[in-house]
Design a protein around this ligand. Structure first.
Ligand SMILES: Cc1cc2nc3c(=O)[nH]c(=O)nc-3n(C[C@H](O)[C@H](O)[C@H](O)COP(=O)(O)O)c2cc1C
Length: 305
């Protein structure tokens, strides 16, 4: 095999390749480790962790939709203390980069979680979830409000020197305005996108298929939307972008990099094929060989309009 350089840089964070496992789709890495080789993955983003444990929403929490799925998990998670005690020790042994995703219902809670996790050597960067559509407090209340996103970025930035990535909501009219605020307040990168709000009804019972009524749409159905959001940010703001949304194979990943992504995450596909990440990395390598690309980072924002 040739020696193509697959490494990418996001702020001070260097990843061995641009493929990351998206938050909420592989638990804390442990849920997928029997089915794939995590040491080949660029980075693992953990399920959103909050200060206190959360039960999440009542079932039904997931439903399949054409070319995608709706979920309204409601940020169920073990809470910060348990995460540090029982999840970090497993992740410490994995030879991949650990990015901790944090959710909160107040700015103070984001800050406290970040401060506490900053002391954990295994955690290499933070992804701040300001964009979960499935919780009443926090979530989109922050993600839709540019002032809050700026404040969260500023306050979290102040308590860590590790890279701070803000995960943006697509449920806004101008996502690039949010990316600009993140950059101005000292954020290192943005992740785009979180899920789109959707719903689905049973036509015989006339009831929502998801107990929460609405859920977050993910999977191939959202890929064109996600690509457009990444391109919009790339054209307007000079900040590294982590592209997310409907990536099912290496071709989708290449498309995200061309429209501006430095790295990318895979989510829904992990439920269909837990080894998809490795297959995508192999496909990227072959594509680079075929196209005479020696460094994959050359692909980022290489669009011709
Ligand atoms: C079941 C499920 C749970 C998720 N949980 C989280 C979460 O806890 N935090 C978060 O930031 N994003 C969460 N997401 C969003 C994904 O990380 C990702 O942004 C989204 O699914 C789009 O990517 P995909 O189309 O590749 O799945 C979740 C997605 C799914 C499908």
């Amino acid at each position: 095999m040739s020696n193509i350089d697959l490494s990418v840089k996001i702020g001070s964070l260097i990843l061995k390749n641009p493929l990351m496992l998206a938050s909420g789709t592989v638990g804390y890495g442990n849920e997928i480790s029997n089915f794939t080789d995590l040491s080949k993955i660029g980075a693992i983003v953990t399920k959103s962790v909050s200060l206190k444990p959360r039960k999440g929403n009542p079932p039904q929490r997931i439903v399949e939709t054409p070319s995608g799925m709706l979920n309204a998990i409601g940020l169920a998670n073990v809470g910060l203390e348990e995460f540090i005690k029982t999840k970090i020790p497993f992740l410490k042994e994995v030879d991949s980069t650990l990015i901790c995703n944090i959710a909160a219902s107040s700015i103070e809670e984001y800050v406290e979680c970040t401060k506490t996790l900053d002391g954990e050597e295994t955690v290499k960067a933070f992804e701040i979830n300001v964009s979960c559509p499935n919780v009443k407090e926090g979530g989109l209340i922050f993600g839709n409000d540019i002032i809050s996103v700026g404040k969260i970025t500023e306050k979290v930035r102040a308590v860590t020197n590790k890279p701070v990535i803000i995960k943006l909501s697509p449920n806004v009219s101008a996502i690039s305005d949010f990316a600009k605020v993140v950059k101005d307040e000292g954020g290192d990168a943005v992740s785009a996108i979180n899920t789109l709000i959707g719903t689905s009804f049973d036509i015989y019972k006339r009831t929502p298929k998801i107990k929460n009524i609405t859920g977050g749409l993910s999977g191939p159905a959202i890929k064109p939307v996600a690509l457009a959001k990444v391109l919009e940010i790339s054209r307007k703001v000079d900040i590294p972008i982590i592209g997310i949304g409907g990536i099912m194979n290496w071709k989708d990943a290449v498309e995200f990099m061309i429209v501006g992504a430095t790295a990318f995450q895979i989510g829904t596909v992990n439920f269909i094929n837990p080894n998809a990440g490795i297959e995508i990395i192999d496909g990227l390598k072959s594509y680079c060989e075929q196209m005479n690309i020696s460094k994959i980072s050359e692909l980022t924002a290489s669009y011709q309009l």
